[in-house]
Write a protein that binds this ligand. Sequence first.
Ligand SMILES: O=C(O)C1=C[C@@H](OP(=O)(O)O)[C@@H](O)[C@H](O)C1
Ligand SMILES: C=C(OP(=O)(O)O)C(=O)O
Length: 441
Amino acid sequence: MPAPHWPAPTATGPVSATVSLPGSKSVTNRALVLAALADGPGIVRRALRSRDADLMAAALRSLGATLTPAGETTASVDWHVTPGPIRGGARIDAGLAGTVMRFVPPVAALADGPVFFDGDPHARKRPMGPILDALRALGARVDNDALPFTISGPPAGGEVTLNASGSSQFVSGLLLTAARFEKGITIRHVGPPVPSQPHIEMTVQMLRTAGVTVDDREPDVWRVEPGPIAARDMTVEPDLSNAAPFLAAALVTGGTITIPSWPLETTQAGDALRDLLTSMGATITRTDGPGTSDEQRNHSATFAEADLVVTGTGEISGIDVDLHDVGELTPTIAALAALATAPSRIRGVGHLRGHETDRLAALATEINRLGGDAEETEDGLVIRPRPLHGGTFHSYDDHRMATAGAVIGLAVPGVEVENIATTAKTLPEFVQMWTAMLEAR
Ligand SMILES: O=C(O)C1=C[C@@H](OP(=O)(O)O)[C@@H](O)[C@H](O)C1
Ligand SMILES: C=C(OP(=O)(O)O)C(=O)O
């Protein structure tokens, strides 16, 4: 029986809370892949515990890596990872995780036998063609163009041309394993611009930190030299994209939200929230203030950080913005736009039709179901202010749709989010954190 819908709490006044976020999904799942391919045992500290991260850990284990947890909480774990010979015969469950379905097949192609991949029903609809074709061109055999498929290798590597305009993860997935291919890999993108550039920068930076030689001087071309991936002891940054709904609460309620341990320099897409929320009317400061506990400071030895403090006025400005580079922030920005005082236009995010759900259709449908005025365009959304009313906000098994419903619910009584549990994809404690944020004073 489906769980009852979650009555999204309406804020009774301005929020005033400090919200500590668990580790970044994107950093965690890259770090785990690199650790499983490394030249010795390593540690991934403060890794995210969530459905996507757990699926990645399980996938790497079934391919032969040993992952031992230490310091485990419900949201975080220190993984001690010992790489092993890459084993065939595994069945990988990708769930609905883009990082698992795009980052693991290149690893599996190095196994000593065929590896089978499948995922949630909707995962079978997410685009996979360009990365599977690329793996074929590099010497692997793949028996389908989307999930489910079986891959066998080993591919020698070499040069490949692909169209990564549908997802940056096609490029990141190949890059993460490329050094382990006999000839390395040269990737050449041909087509409309690749989205989510910061995520590709994250991949390149993490590879370089692990001693891998990556040449990205020419736009849309990446060359990875064959060679070892160095084992490391690294700490995962907090998930800045998952800060989005909490920071949005400051704008909706005219309150203040503090996020401790915001990295001073990062490749995470969520860092763009500082500019985006400023444009929508927030005041933002970074300060090494009392929100950062000694315990948190001691943990974050490997990146410089500060508290991020976001204060809203209760009035939200409309925004005209291209989110091509930071598409995963779209659901929160759209929720804010639905509550704004002027129209908004979100551009450059046609690729969101291939995310957890068709996010453009889902956002327009659900905002309009609550009485709003949201219109899909070819590459985004136009959202005009209109008074909203209560009703069901469907999540489409999309964690960021669910949290967008929670943001609207802060201002609109009677919003019920269907399948709030889907937030477990990247933030299993969302409901408890949201409730604690509203109860803090
Ligand atoms: O590499 C990553 O960790 C991600 C890349 C982006 O994917 P797309 O380029 O498919 O949007 C982003 O939206 C996703 O949430 C995470
Ligand atoms: C697009 C997203 O996820 P995935 O890694 O499954 O692509 C997301 O988290 O917004």
